[in-house]
Design a protein around this ligand. Structure first.
Ligand code: EPZ
Length: 434
């Protein structure tokens, strides 16, 4: 078993280049299924969720060529298999995008229900509502999503008002609508940066998507889409995670190749706490303060509000802020599982349904902790970097799903963090004790 071992107390100093956005790449890559030709996708992050979605496309018959470390050529001209492998698809949330892409291209899809982080119920009823609005018949049984257009025709443009603002449903409906006959309108659409990125990719393939980034998106379906070259946007959540790590270690870090306007909700909160945040073009600089951070209140919202994916990393900083902070999680049912692990490090937290009340303590101390999901793992890394002593983080596969070379990037700016292999028997003994 591999773990992270962190010796805390080292302020981060230096520059980090931000990688491509996970939640854009895992939708853009399946979008290549819409094209009978080659798509060159650049700035693809080297993370396990992307590796998995590429592996699924290969299983369907796509020809995938690695051009360089972050560029792939995806050719879906010869898709021969339309049954998505169960064991692969159930490992990630983004496998649901295969429904929209396969339904849009072939009028038929059979895709295992998605997996992903355990954040409570993660239904897909809004995805299905969109497909049905475009004339598809959808059934979910035996762990599979069956979707098809009657008579194996193609989808017709439809109108859908999302009952809940859903990133996945918005993107999935866009994928299905790209080759539909006529116009599809998505109302109450999500507005995250990766939705605009997917729209730009579809437009580069010859589609006409209007209004992405607003709450009404119109997709004018085409008969045919052509291959395209496209560069994925930088990762908003990686940027935010590293901004928080810089503040938590009272360091001075420049994040390059990012989009500062995507970070405004977090930048405002860090400034409110007393950190210094400055920006120019594609760079953000975060400088910590030694006189202690003011506690603040966080309420997660859809974009451009405070991102739910940064709520967990932010709580690691709030644990040592002066005074009381509150975190209200408005997007997911269960996104506080990291706090129990932080209590092992000395955090003082009380949870009341969707609200966590965090009493600041002067210092966290290192401990053996376990990542319970992707952003919980990132939060524990930040806590370990700021804590006094040694922190050991297990279940790091969650973290590797969404952060490219996190250990390498942190070490390059002075963190004492390393990946260590723990013999399986030692890990099993530890598990028996705990
Ligand atoms: C995407 O998840 C991201 N994952 C999540 O990032 C992110 O936290 C989330 O959007 C919100 O920004 C990917 O893009 C792969 P939603 P998704 O549909 O699409 C409910 C990370 O850490 N809902 O916007 O699953 C849902 O239960 C991950 O990178 C329905 O009720 O999020 C949730 O309460 C974690 N019915 C809310 O909407 C539906 O059909 C928002 O979910 C769909 C969603």
């Amino acid at each position: 078993m591999t773990k992270y071992l962190i010796e805390g107390g080292h302020p981060l100093h230096g520059t980090i280049e931000i990688s491509g956005a996970k939640n854009a790449a895992v939708a853009i890559i399946p979008a290549a299924l819409l094209v009978d030709g080659v798509c060159r996708i650049e700035n693809v992050p080297q993370i396990s969720d992307v590796t998995l979605i590429l592996q699924i496309l290969r299983e369907l018959g796509a020809d995938i060529k690695t051009v360089n470390r972050t560029t792939v050529d995806v050719d879906c001209s010869h898709i021969r298999n339309r049954q998505v492998p169960y064991e692969l698809a159930r490992k990630i949330r983004a496998s649901y995008y295969l429904v929209g892409a396969l339904l849009g291209r072939f009028g038929w899809a059979e895709v295992p229900l998605p997996g992903g982080c355990n954040l409570g119920g993660r239904p897909i009823d809004q995805h299905i509502k969109g497909f049905v609005a475009m004339g598809a018949e959808v059934d979910v049984r035996n762990g599979l999503i069956y979707a098809q257009v009657p008579g194996r025709g193609c989808l017709a443009g439809g109108q859908v008002y999302l009952d809940i603002v859903s990133v996945g449903a918005t993107m999935n409906i866009m994928l299905a609508a790209a080759l539909a006959e006529g116009m599809t309108v998505i109302e109450n659409a999500a507005k995250e940066p990766h939705i605009v990125d997917l729209a730009n990719f579809l437009n580069s393939m010859g589609c006409r998507v209007k209004g992405a980034g607003t709450d009404v998106i119109r997709i004018f379906g085409r008969d045919y889409l052509h291959g395209a070259n496209y560069t994925v946007i930088p990762d908003q959540i990686e940027t935010g995670t590293l901004m928080i790590a810089a503040a938590a270690t009272h360091g001075d870090v420049e994040l390059t190749g990012c989009i500062p306007t995507h970070m405004e909700a977090l930048s405002a909160k860090l400034l409110e706490m007393g950190a210094r945040v400055t920006e120019s073009d594609d760079t953000l600089r975060v400088r910590g303060t030694l006189c202690g951070y003011r506690g603040v209140n966080i309420k997660t919202q859809v974009y451009p509000g405070f991102p739910t994916d940064l709520q967990q990393p932010m709580s690691a900083l709030l644990c040592t802020a002066v005074g009381t902070s509150t975190v209200v999680e408005n997007i997911f049912e269960t996104r506080f599982r990291h706090l129990a692990e932080m209590e092992r490090m000395g955090a003082r937290v009380r949870i009341y349904e969707q609200t966590a009340v965090i009493e600041g303590v002067p210092q966290l101390h290192g401990a053996a902790v376990e990542a319970t999901d992707l952003r919980a793992g990132a939060a524990l890394v930040i806590a370990g970097l700021a804590a006094r002593g040694t922190t050991e983080i297990s279940q790091i596969q969650f973290i590797e799903r969404g952060y490219e070379d996190l250990v390498g990037k942190l070490r390059a700016v002075g963190a004492d963090i390393q990946m260590v292999d723990v013999p399986v028997e030692a890990a099993e003994n530890e598990a028996q004790i705990s």
